[in-house]
Design a protein around this ligand. Structure first.
Ligand code: SF4
Ligand code: SF4
Length: 337
């Protein structure tokens, strides 16, 4: 399908056409933007920078029931994962993050929860016209109008959204809404490309990654680690809100004989994360945990999956309560190499 235009006045109708699907979109709760299911009284907001919590929960929920069971019986109930989901208006960095997380969840065995959700999910992205202060997606393989991981890309042209299907899933979604769309002419295509170029020019922060994946292991005992982690509170914000972080814990919860096994996001920045039952902890202080976080993203993941596990969304820098800045850490890494 070639590129199309959607007049902004038709946006509510466009969303309304996706009935029968669970539609997630950025919405304001009064103080911040968040992805939430679209309900009758909620207003989708698309002129936003990015959400505090990334939309990774669409494929990897913050807490999910893997199955329910009854203690003392063979009764096991698995939750249905057949609901079709559409995520509207996610940013290109967050869509690209899902392709990075995908490598982990399909590594040695396919994770059935992630894979089934992914099969049923259509991702409709929105290119960034105004990148945030700490965005550095262009340093790590992305860009404000990157399409990796998306089924449909949209761009805000003012009066209209430019809309283009990138996959069969995306094409099917635009087929459903075809009567609201009109063909995009060359001028619209040129305007989209101009806006994308301008957005790239507005990105002010960058990291230099050459030599970092190979060099990081050699910096194991470098004094930079105690220095960059000295003020860390171990709150886990940088990992919880990172679109590529994917660590989880699995726990059983019981109430009488009713029980469920669930998994939930975890964070390698928590001291208990690597605590052994013996009491030994191989990452006993924030120095080791910060070193691990940077090594995992910029060295181990590259070694294993040939991609840096950071999309440069800037959330960890924006939201760290003590202003620890991953770009500054990487600058010090480069300096130490
Ligand atoms: S957000 Fe900041 S303070 Fe919290 S764990 Fe991460 S680096 Fe440490
Ligand atoms: S490490 Fe920080 S900048 Fe990189 S993807 Fe995660 S939250 Fe975004």
């Amino acid at each position: 399908m070639s590129a199309m235009l959607l007049n902004k006045e038709k946006w509510p109708e466009f969303v309304g056409k996706l009935t029968g699907k669970n539609v997630w979109a950025p919405q304001s709760d009064g103080t911040e933007m968040r992805f939430a299911p679209v309900g009758e009284n909620e207003k989708v907001v698309l002129d936003y920078n990015n959400t505090r919590v990334p939309p990774k929960g669409a494929l990897f929920p913050q807490t999910e029931t893997m199955f329910k069971f009854e203690i003392g019986s063979d009764k096991v109930e698995e939750p249905p994962l057949d609901q079709e989901v559409v995520v509207l208006g996610l940013r290109p960095c967050d869509a690209r993050a899902m392709t990075i997380v995908d490598k982990l969840f399909k590594w040695d065995i396919d994770d059935p929860y992630f894979v089934k959700r992914q099969e049923k999910t259509t991702l409709v992205g929105l290119a960034c016209n105004e990148p945030g202060l700490n965005c550095f997606c262009t340093s790590v393989g992305g860009g404000p109008a990157a399409t990796e991981g998306l089924d449909v890309i949209m761009a805000d042209l003012g009066e209209n959204y430019f809309v283009e299907a990138l996959t069969d899933k995306g094409k099917a979604l635009l087929d459903e809404t075809r009567d609201l769309l009109e063909d995009a002419d060359d001028d619209a295509q040129k305007q989209k490309e101009k806006l994308s170029g301008e957005a790239e020019d507005k990105i002010k922060r960058s990291v230099e990654t050459e030599g970092v994946p190979e060099g990081l292991p050699g910096l194991w005992d470098d004094p930079l680690w105690p220095r960059v982690s000295a003020s860390c509170l171990g709150c886990g914000t940088c990992t919880y809100l990172c679109p590529t972080c994917h660590c989880f814990d699995i726990q059983d919860e019981t109430e009488g004989i009713d029980a469920r096994r669930c998994r939930m996001w975890d964070s390698c920045m928590f001291s208990e994360y690597t605590l052994h039952t013996s009491g030994h902890n191989p990452r006993p202080t924030r120095k080791e945990r910060t070193r691990n976080r940077i090594n995992h993203k910029y060295s181990y993941y590259v070694d294993k999956f040939d991609v840096i596990a950071c999309v440069g969304c800037g959330r960890c820098t924006n939201l760290c309560p003590v202003n620890i800045d991953i770009i500054e850490i990487l600058r010090q890494v480069k300096e130490a190499l």
